[in-house]
Design a protein around this ligand. Structure first.
Ligand code: TYD
Length: 205
């Protein structure tokens, strides 16, 4: 059985990645593959409980980082690894790049700690392809404000926090050896959709 592909989506809050995740899943299905669409933190019953805590409960910064990896371990064991082994494709809204960007860049934790946890949790597995939706934090902030909904702990952070998250994502893309594809998310939806589809066709389908 051929292992499925693992595709992840990243970006600062308000980058608009959710809209494109559905489109990517549809395109992959049109090519005859079974798609499992999931998210982090979350994706399993326990992971979703941890998500609720992570997004709303104040906690120590290192607790936050470790819970992200704990939820990820559960996610990999219960959902991602079995799906890939069956030959299904997994499309995931955020993965470990988000920990490097948010807990590393945003919170300022030492990334050497994540390298240890990453090796422990998924030393054998990396995404085959990652889309990084990039845009200025001020534009993202306007989009979130326009939605007029209650904000989670990360969305409530100051613009400087999101600027550091963005910087960390871009640094990671620069050293990712082609795995992370940067999409300019400050463009009309149809243009972004076309770029995402082209990258997917070139890299994976
Ligand atoms: P998000 O993916 O933006 O979900 P929604 O589109 O429903 O708002 O929310 C998840 C939040 O969790 C986001 O603000 C980033 C944060 N996060 C981290 O800080 N570290 C991580 O490792 C992950 C996976 C997410």
């Amino acid at each position: 059985m051929k292992r499925g592909k693992f595709i992840t989506f990243e970006g600062i809050d308000g980058a608009g990645k959710s809209t494109h995740i559905a489109g990517v899943s549809t395109l992959i299905r049109a090519h005859g593959q079974v798609v499992v669409s999931t998210r982090e933190p979350g994706g399993t019953p326990l992971g979703e409980k941890l998500r609720e805590l992570l997004l709303h409960e104040p906690m120590h910064l290192e607790t936050e980082a470790m819970l992200m990896f704990a939820a990820r371990r559960e996610h990999l064991a219960k959902l991602i690894e079995p799906a890939l082994a069956r030959g299904d494709w997994v499309v995931c809204d955020r993965f470990s790049d988000a920990t490097y960007a948010y807990q590393g860049g945003g919170r300022g934790l030492d990334k050497a700690k994540f390298e240890v946890l990453e090796q422990w949790v998924h030393g054998h597995l990396q995404p085959d392809l990652t889309f990084l939706f990039d845009l200025p934090p001020a534009v993202a902030e306007d989009r979130i404000t326009a939605q007029q909904r209650e904000l989670d702990r990360f969305e409530q952070e100051h613009r400087d926090f999101h600027a550091r998250v963005r910087r960390a994502y871009l640094d990671r893309a620069a050293s990712s050896a082609g795995r992370i594809c940067i999409i300019n998310a400050d463009q009309p939806l149809n243009i972004i959709k076309k770029q995402v589809e082209e990258i997917l066709l070139t890299h994976c389908l």
